[in-house]
Design a binder for this molecule. Structure first.
Ligand code: LLP
Length: 418
């Protein structure tokens, strides 16, 4: 259930009044609903209950420790792509036997640390990496459990920048390249191949590509087992889409049913790596209108959040719905507006071509769909401190990340300033 709602003329997240929250904590600020987070985790687990499944949250989507702690407490594991994410996951209580490490560029120090932490498995994306992991495992007297990330060359029918299952992308290995890899694995006693996996893209709104990928992967698992490898898992990645505007994403239960149907005949346990579908809609970005400027073309509503706080519109032309939280909701005249930040680039916008009641300076706006890939992709461009993350639960909230101080922006530069 959506916990960002209007009651009377006030906007709430759960039972916290957003106008009051913004007054106390300032803007811009990310606000997350804990009860939505829990509900999403529980729904997901319930949908997969009929089949042995391990859900590993894609930490890149939202990597705040307090949020991660909630997610791991629900029984999810972690899907990581860096040593930094590994440390976050461990700090937030992810059991190491539920951690999978993906990514095309794992580095020596990251692999060493993951071996030391005894993670569940590495998702291998290249022969070079296979060799690196084998050597590092060998020299530390360990066996590394691995899974091969396969590139099934299937179009996920989503934005090109978040499509990952085509040969034109850098991810995974083509089926034709696997025999050589199998030979290498056989020569390396420090490696144990326990699974195959794929992740074909993000924000998928159609289950068919995922179904095709699962069918292809199930078939491949069968042949790999015939080669004598004792596979345990099939990892189908993440990618389930959410509604930002008027999309009609598949339900979690249809998603689960589609995957389970294809994977069941293999008898392998299923791993999934959901990110956006768990956290995308649990968060908003609160921002205040600084000024409103009229040009011959349109109105520019200049707000105090910018592309450094939410880069998705700039990077992917993504749509995020924007609502006015101010008390005088209906007074503005409908006008063509771009909602833009103060950053010195024309690409700095949160919303373009919106026909909305013209906001006034001082109004509080709420940008939806900012749970996933908003705070985790934030930067300090234009020397803007990163915004706080507020985790609401009922009538209370916790400052899950303080607003960054100006001093912290240059703290690491001071030492060498002559
Ligand atoms: N597993 C792997 C190996 C991934 O690369 C990803 C996302 C996921 C799981 C989680 O996918 P999800 O369930 O969140 O779709 N910054 C982009 C999204 C990048 C996704 C990268 N990989 C955005 O803001 O749309």
């Amino acid at each position: 259930m959506d916990q960002f709602k209007v009651t009377g003329d006030r906007y709430f997240c759960e039972n916290v009044d957003l106008t009051k929250l913004a007054k106390i904590e300032g803007t811009p600020a990310y606000v997350y609903s804990k009860s939505m987070l829990r509900a999403h985790c529980e729904n997901l687990l319930a949908a997969f209950k009929s089949y042995p499944t391990q859900a590993c949250f894609a930490v890149k989507a939202l990597s705040n420790l307090s949020v991660l702690r909630e997610i791991f407490a629900c029984g999810l594991g972690a899907d990581l792509v860096s040593g930094g994410e590994l440390e976050r996951a461990l700090m937030a209580g992810a059991p190491s036997d539920k951690i999978v490490f993906s990514g095309v560029g794992k580095q020596v120090h990251e692999i060493k640390r993951a071996l030391e932490a005894n993670i569940m498995m590495f998702n291998i994306e290249s022969p070079y990496e296979l060799d690196m992991i084998a050597q590092l495992a060998e020299s530390s007297g360990k066996t590394a459990a691995i899974s091969i990330r396969v590139n099934p060359n299937i179009d996920a029918q989503t934005n090109a920048k978040i499509t990952t299952g085509l040969y034109s992308t850098k991810f995974g290995l083509a089926e034709g390249d696997l025999p050589e890899l199998f030979e290498a694995i056989r020569r390396r006693p420090s490696l144990k191949l326990i699974g195959l996996g794929c992740h074909i893209g993000s924000q998928m709104l159609d289950l068919n590509p995922l179904r095709d990928a699962a069918r292809q992967m199930a078939k491949l698992c069968h042949s790999v087992r015939q080669l004598g490898f004792d596979l345990k898992h099939l990892n189908m990645g993440g990618g389930l889409g959410i509604r930002y505007r008027n999309e009609d994403p598949p339900s979690v239960s249809d998603y689960a049913a589609a995957l389970i149907k294809e994977v069941k005949p293999t008898g392998l346990s299923l791993i999934i790596e959901p990110g956006r579908s768990l956290v995308g809609n649990i968060g908003v970005l609160l921002t205040r209108v600084i000024n409103v400027k009229k040009t011959p073309d349109r109105h520019f509503v200049v707000v105090d959040a910018a592309m450094n706080d939410l880069v998705r519109p700039t990077l992917y032309e993504s749509y995020h719905s924007i609502e006015n939280v101010a008390d005088n909701l209906t007074t503005g005249v409908p006008s063509l507006c771009d909602i833009v930040g103060p950053i010195c680039e024309s690409g700095d916008y949160l919303g373009k071509d919106r026909m909305i009641p013209l906001p006034s300076p001082g109004d509080l706006l709420m940008v939806r769909g900012c749970g996933a890939y908003a705070a985790s992709m934030a930067s300090q461009y234009n020397s803007r401190p990163r915004a706080p993350e507020l985790l609401v639960s009922g009538t209370n909230y916790q400052v899950a990340r303080k607003r960054e101080s100006l001093q912290s922006l240059w703290a690491e530069e001071l030492a060498n300033l002559d």
